[in-house]
Design a protein around this ligand. Structure first.
Ligand code: HEM
Length: 430
């Protein structure tokens, strides 16, 4: 079997935004695809990336086995540009273990309470940045769900919000161009934020130890996982488990909710129905906005040589390479009409026209195959709840001049808005 470099085109002059200055990271790969076809190699920062966009290539991508081509390691290699190693080392409860049925029930109850608190903060009328609003909502729901007593209120909450806004792992793919400066500083700001987070969680743990509360769900599970350790190790371990879980949870959900609200605000017919409480329609709208807002690079780090079918032949991808595809180059172009926002293309959680595509795997909001998102049902329920409640309670009018743009350098996750995205709101008459 040939080495990819013997048979595939190399996209000359194209680099990834962690390694070279790139104005628009997605556009750079799109240009490479126009020049080179559906499967090509990018050499960047001393590494080799096989990008594939063909129907067979994308299917081969989703079929890769974790032992040979690892999503976990590819994610770690990306996130460690922003997060100090101690956030990852020795974790006992991982973000993948968050979605047992009773967990989800408790997160949704916390979201309900966080929406009450948002209502108090918004008052009767005013103007607010939509993405700032959803981000704060996400912090409040998440910290109430896994960070221990007192962490979702008052000064402890504000302190954690400030610290997590600095220690935001998604910066690694939203602002990849900033990672060289993060490395040059020795992650000073990130480490200081981590210490702040540890202090707040430690205080919360003291409160928990003095009156262990029944029903603190995930936090109790985290505490139990460290029960047999000496006090220092236990406290630090619990704080780092909470930190990694919160960082993982922040990365996509609240950005996706922001786009779902933006899209409904500019589509009054669907807005009326969602404001009237139609949660099924709200979930379809959430899927549709997420599909369109996807900027995800999906990557697998090759751990042992892999025979990979690109659709034009099988290549032997060497150890150390990365195999990747990019959702924004597929989701809106795999068939005519996909560039439009149309929630009725989703029935329950399935794309109606999937069977008419060259491969059903060419379009997705939450991924395909064994690594697809374990948080999808929860995320859609949470977005639908937040959309019906916020839009049912407030009449919202856009104050942005143009439909918001994604951060151009972003390559990964759900788009973040490049500019402020203000809306004027007024409480509806009951
Ligand atoms: C709208 C919100 C979200 C979107 C659009 C989203 C999207 C995705 C996608 C596309 C994948 C597959 C990536 C791949 O194959 O490389 C994925 C995986 C994953 N997501 Fe989400 N996600 C969301 C919310 C969340 C939340 C709230 C969590 C909670 C921590 C989460 C945890 C995970 C985990 C742990 C995986 C990896 C699963 C595995 O490797 O088996 N996601 N997500």
């Amino acid at each position: 079997m040939p080495n990819p470099l013997d048979v595939l085109p190399v996209a000359d002059g194209v680099g990834l935004p962690w390694d070279v200055a790139v104005d628009d990271a997605v556009a750079a790969i799109a240009t490479a695809r126009e020049r080179c076809g559906d499967t090509f190699v990018v050499e960047s920062g001393g590494g080799q990336y096989l990008f594939t966009f063909s129907p067979t290539g994308v299917e081969s991508f989703y079929a890769l086995a974790e032992e040979a081509a690892s999503k976990g390691i590819a994610d770690f290699l990306m996130l460690r540009r922003k997060l100090p190693d101690e956030v990852f080392a020795g974790r006992r409860l991982l973000p993948s273990s968050l979605f047992r049925r009773d967990d989800v029930t408790s997160y949704l109850a916390n979201l309900d309470r966080a929406l009450d608190a948002t209502g108090v903060e918004l008052g009767e009328s005013g103007s607010v940045d939509l993405f700032a609003l959803t981000r704060r909502l996400g912090h409040r729901m998440g910290l109430a769900s896994w960070a221990g007593p007192g962490c979702a209120e008052g000064e402890a909450f504000e302190r954690l919000v400030r610290a997590f806004d600095v220690l935001d792992g998604s910066d690694a793919f939203v602002h990849p161009d900033a990672m060289a400066a993060v490395a040059a500083s020795g992650m000073r700001a990130e480490r200081a934020a981590l210490e702040d987070i540890s202090e707040v969680i430690e205080a919360s743990l003291r409160q928990y130890d003095s009156t262990p509360e029944v029903g603190l769900g995930l936090f109790s599970r985290i505490v139990d996982a460290w029960a047999s350790e000496p006090p220092d190790v236990r406290t630090r371990g619990i704080a780092m488990d909470v930190a990694l879980i919160h960082i993982a949870s922040m990365s996509n959900l609240m950005a996706a909710l922001g786009w779902a609200l933006v899209d409904l605000i500019v589509h009054p017919d669907q807005l009326r129905l969602v404001a009237g409480g139609d949660r099924d329609l709200a979930a379809s709208c959430a899927l549709e906005s997420t599909r369109l807002a996807q900027r995800s690079i999906m990557a697998r780090a090759v751990l042992e040589p892999v025979a990979f079918d690109t659709g034009a032949g099988v290549v032997d991808v060497p150890k150390g390479w990365t195999i990747a595809t990019l959702l924004p180059l597929l989701n809106t172009s795999a068939a005519a009409g996909l560039e439009e926002w149309n929630p009725s293309r989703w029935r329950r959680h399935r794309l109606v026209e999937a069977s008419t595509l060259p491969s059903p795997m060419l379009v997705t909001a939450f991924g395909h195959g064994k690594h697809s998102c374990p948080a999808q049902p929860f995320s859609l329920a949470a977005m639908a709840m937040a959309m019906t409640r916020l839009l049912g309670r407030y009449d919202m009018r856009p104050e942005w001049k143009e439909y918001p743009r994604p951060v151009p350098a972003q390559i990964g996750g759900v788009a973040r808005a490049a500019d402020p995205c203000p809306v004027a709101y007024r409480r509806r008459l009951d």
